[in-house]
Design a protein around this ligand. Structure first.
Ligand code: ATP
Ligand code: MG
Length: 458
């Protein structure tokens, strides 16, 4: 029962989870919600998935819910998934994870009938609270206080816990970034001293954690504080850390600038990844001119290569990777406030990526010295111009052009001449030399064609 709503009989957990817990208890077992959903519940965040822990074995769980749809994929780890009202709930038998020889997989999973043993194998105090409506919170490790004080702290000895499973290091940093919590001193020390162990984790799992982390609300401080850990996965971060730019545009070193830019983008994965890598080659492209001013020629294309390499290693999906690479490559290229230029960009990049580029470039100015902050108004104007072009449905790509390949065929053009002619007509429309009307464009094309034929004859 919610302590604030005593007497109102308001359920804090989804009805289906309440039903599962009540049913298991009615059959003589113990059952609680546990993990992320309890953490969310204490923080007042609606729980999206609710994990249930019980002293019933998987066979016993299956017997209790024999009239329900059951998925058995996690049986080996003690998990039975029960579907209620089309929602899947994972019910897991209390378990102890014994020895870990590879820093990630327990050598053996042992089941137990004892809740405290199950809670003590969980990673962080904030994730080790059990709850049911009858007994309220079972909080053996001070998780509630840590949630109130916004602290990430390991259950037990942090070094041991990270040696058992080094994914916990990244999970802890991810929770700090997403919840806006601080990592407790001993836990943080252990994250840094055990950082090399994350090399044992699969690329996919690292990327999952990194993605969630990057989209966190406190990514700026997290990136700076845990740079050495992330540097295990993306070594260029180590080079960025503390790298002074010696340029009047900048007051921050490359990593701090990157952290500010990342925080200044919306929490969308491809934008945050583009921000993370946009200047990653700067330390390798640095030169000082005779006046002592730092320059980073070709850093955009070299940062694109670094991002490509690291994202491929991390098994980032191709669609995301492609967007990230295009954004990084263009992040340093000026975009003038001209309709023609914007139309060409819209045509070559597509509208979504063009807006993303403006968003990234605007965030990039947030990481400059404060006297350059007003530059962001340039991006507001660019966006307004693009909005206008799109609203007026002006022609900026071949698909808006009033003529098509068939028209060019009927003019007698063949093969690659057709594409060239259409590109030419599009240019003419964007430049205002011809109106986007079929008759006008066909006439224009005919004129050009006869000119080229005459030229060829001479
Ligand atoms: P979210 O679902 O938001 O990612 P969560 O805390 O629910 O957060 P899950 O991965 O769903 O995370 O795991 C559920 C619970 O299982 C955790 O809250 C924690 O108690 C435990 N847990 C998960 N992964 C580990 C791990 N690597 N080591 C120890 N306990 C873990
Ligand atoms: Mg969860």
């Amino acid at each position: 029962m919610n302590p604030d709503k005593e007497g109102e009989n308001v359920s804090l957990i989804p009805d289906e989870a309440g039903y599962i817990i009540d049913t298991l208890i009615a059959c003589g077992y113990e059952a609680y919600c546990v993990g992320g959903c309890v953490r969310d519940l204490i923080m007042g965040i609606p729980a999206n998935d609710c994990d249930i822990t019980t002293n019933a074995t998987t066979d016993e769980i299956k017997a209790v819910f024999s009239d329900k749809r059951i998925i058995e994929t996690g049986i080996k780890h003690g998990t039975v998934t029960v579907i209620i009202n089309s929602v899947a709930f994972e019910i897991t038998t209390y378990r102890i994870e014994s020895t870990y020889s590879d820093n990630r997989h327990p050598d053996k999973v042992t089941f137990t009938r004892n809740l405290s043993e199950d809670l003590s194998r969980r990673d962080f105090t904030i994730n080790s609270i059990a709850y049911n409506e009858k007994e309220d919170f079972i909080d053996l490790f001070g998780g509630k206080t840590d949630i109130e004080n916004k602290i990430i702290r390991c259950v037990g000895d942090p070094v041991k816990r990270f040696e058992e499973d080094s994914l916990r290091i990244l999970r802890g940093i991810r929770f700090a970034a997403t919840l806006g919590f601080c990592v407790e001193e001993e836990t943080k020390k252990a994250m840094l001293s055990c950082k090399h162990l994350i090399r044992n984790i699969s690329a996919e799992r690292i990327f999952t954690e990194l993605s969630k982390m990057l989209c966190g609300k406190s990514i700026e401080s997290t990136l700076i504080e845990f740079a050495p850990v992330l540097g295990e996965v993306i070594p260029e971060i180590n080079a960025m850390h503390g790298f002074e730019q010696h340029n009047f545009h900048h007051i921050y070193d490359v990593l701090t600038h990157t952290a500010v830019v990342t925080q200044s983008t919306p929490p969308v994965l491809h934008l945050r990844l583009a921000a993370l890598f946009h200047d990653s080659a700067k330390p390798f492209c640095f030169s000082l001119d005779e006046k002592g001013v730092g320059h980073f020629y070709t850093h955009a294309s070299k940062s694109t290569l670094i991002a490509e390499r690291r994202l491929t290693e991390l098994r980032c999906d191709n669609k995301t990777k492609e967007k990230v690479l295009r954004l990084i490559k263009l992040h340093d290229t000026p975009v003038e406030e001209s309709e023609k230029i914007i139309k060409r960009r819209l045509a070559s990049m597509g509208k979504e990526l063009f807006y993303d580029l403006i968003t990234l470039k605007r965030a990039d100015t947030a990481g400059l010295a404060p006297e350059f902050a007003e530059r962001s108004t340039h991006f507001d104007r660019l966006e307004a111009l693009a909005d206008e072009i799109l609203k007026k449905e002006e022609c900026f790509s071949l698909k808006h052009l009033a003529v098509n390949g068939r028209d060019m065929l009927s003019l007698g053009l063949r093969g690659k001449e057709i594409g060239e002619a259409l590109d030419f007509l599009l240019e003419a429309v964007i430049d205002g030399k011809a109106e986007n009307e079929r008759v006008i464009l066909i006439e224009y094309a005919e004129k050009i064609k006869s000119k080229t034929t005459d030229n060829n004859k001479q």
